[in-house]
Design a protein around this ligand. Structure first.
Ligand code: ATP
Length: 439
């Protein structure tokens, strides 16, 4: 039998991580004798959902096992979720979903797409699980069942990436992570093109470590299981690594930014990709954020590049009225400002000025002699009634193309520039021959 196990919403800002439960389960289920048919999937969901803890991540484990141990597998999963979830936090509502079957039904795949690209209800998830014959277990308000269902439905059949995540032992959880930063820069250099978003060179910061009290020491993202494994082993850490696992994931794929819409279709909490014209000069507001107004044939929308996006704000500030751009982002607040995740300059407006002509005799600048009266040179007083204003165009520094916030401000799902051209259109299951997890 093939069993798909979805998990979500187990952690809180003060601790835990659903990927850690996955890592624990990889060890425990391997001991039970199951065969993992794929790497654990780490599926990032719609990043604009306000009730997420951090990165809106969910997990799916896909295992092959004898029917006889199905009960034991489910018991192990439930025990792990119950042992490692942070029930104290109001916003932690764990969900577990089991689905048995060789193929994932289309209805589950469609649902998974909606959870990355939109907003769904718990009722929709529960009805679907019922329809396809799955089983759901929810705790507290049970919202985690949504993400757990979506993780099962998202088979990562198209573009995907990998992450090697190393975890710390419980006694270190509240201590500062000791990472040899030099080893991170060296790895980044050596694995360029094969890994992404390891460091933010402009901000002089390493990006592979989280900052909270969660169990992750570091995570390295990349194009293949081989590359993230190699990169992960290059990182020097000043504490004991309790375990590590390679995940297959939709991180860095822009999976949420696939649907182009009009301004009138923008909905709160939904991602948006809109082709617009800039209609106001970008202005800097308190806190260093940059705001400008745009329009299309259906309406107007303000767009914002926030302070943490770094140099990205310089690009945004250089926009002028009439620029044609594609804006990517999401709307979180009632004010309906689009928080920019990316911008694509499609057609910069031309800056055309009409100027007085130069004197044909001495080259000096001429002045008008009144409407229809021609021009007179300010310097040599030469007059020519037949001259008219000349057109001049100021160059724009803004080039066509895609611009992203500085890496430290990019979302987990945002496709970094170095991934353009590396998108995968298919997936052929091939697990590493070397271990992909430890222990
Ligand atoms: P964790 O590591 O615990 O998963 P997180 O930052 O990933 O933390 P969650 O704590 O899981 O966020 O919170 C997100 C909650 O929102 C989950 O209960 C999930 O089921 C739900 N959710 C995610 N995406 C959607 C969506 N598109 N529509 C409705 N609910 C969603």
């Amino acid at each position: 039998m093939l069993l798909h196990i979805g998990l979500d919403d187990t952690d809180s800002p003060t601790g835990g991580c659903t990927t850690y439960i996955a890592a624990i389960l990889v060890e425990k289920l391997t001991h039970l004798g199951v065969n993992f048919i794929d790497y654990p999937h780490l599926i990032r969901l719609n990043p604009n959902i306000p009730w997420k803890t951090r990165g809106n991540g969910s997990i799916c484990l896909r295992v092959e096992a004898h029917e006889g141990i199905e009960g034991e597998i489910k018991k192990t999963v439930i025990e792990a979720v119950e042992a490692f979830s942070d029930y104290e936090c109001e916003n932690t509502n764990p969900g577990i979903v089991f689905y048995k079957g060789d193929d994932i039904p289309m209805s589950l795949k469609d649902f998974a797409l909606k959870v990355v690209q939109g907003v769904v209800s718990l009722e929709d998830a529960l009805d679907l699980i019922n329809d396809v014959g799955g089983t759901a277990i929810g705790y507290k308000n049970m919202r985690g069942i949504i993400g757990a269902t979506a993780a099962i439905g998202n088979c990562l059949e198209e573009d995907h990436s990998y992450e090697f995540i190393a975890y710390r032992s419980p006694e270190h959880r509240c201590k500062i992570r000791v990472i040899d930063e030099k080893s991170v820069y060296e790895m980044d250099e050596a694995m360029r093109g094969e890994t992404f978003n390891n460091v933010d060179r402009k901000k002089n910061r390493i990006l592979i470590t989280p900052h909270g009290p969660d169990p992750v020491i570091f995570g390295v993202r990349g194009e293949s299981a081989e590359s993230v494994r190699k990169a992960g082993f290059m990182i020097k850490v000043g504490e004991e690594i309790e375990r590590w696992v390679i995940f297959r994931t939709n991180q860095g794929t822009d999976a949420h930014l696939q649907k182009r819409i009009k301004i009138s279709d923008v909905k709160r909490y939904y991602p948006a990709v809109i082709e617009v014209e800039v209609v106001s000069k970008p202005k800097i507001i308190d806190g260093g954020h940059v705001i400008f107004q745009t329009r299309d044939e259906t309406g107007y929308i303000d767009c914002a590049a926030y302070e943490p996006t770094g140099d990205f704000r310089e690009v945004v500030r250089s926009l002028i009225n009439g620029d044609s751009v594609r804006v990517y982002g999401g709307v979180k607040s009632a004010q309906e400002t689009l928080n920019l995740e990316k911008i694509e300059v499609l057609k910069p407006a031309r800056i055309v000025k009409m100027e007085n002509p130069y004197c044909p005799r001495c080259g000096g600048r001429m002045e008008s002699m009144g409407r229809g009266g021609g021009f007179r040179c300010r310097k040599c007083r030469f007059k020519d009634p037949s001259l008219s204003k000349i057109q001049s165009e100021s160059p724009r520094s803004l080039a066509l193309g895609i611009y992203l916030p500085t890496p430290s401000a990019q979302r987990h799902l945002t496709k970094p520039l170095e991934r353009y051209g590396k998108e995968k259109s298919t997936y052929k299951l091939r697990m590493l021959e070397e271990p992909w997890h430890w222990p």
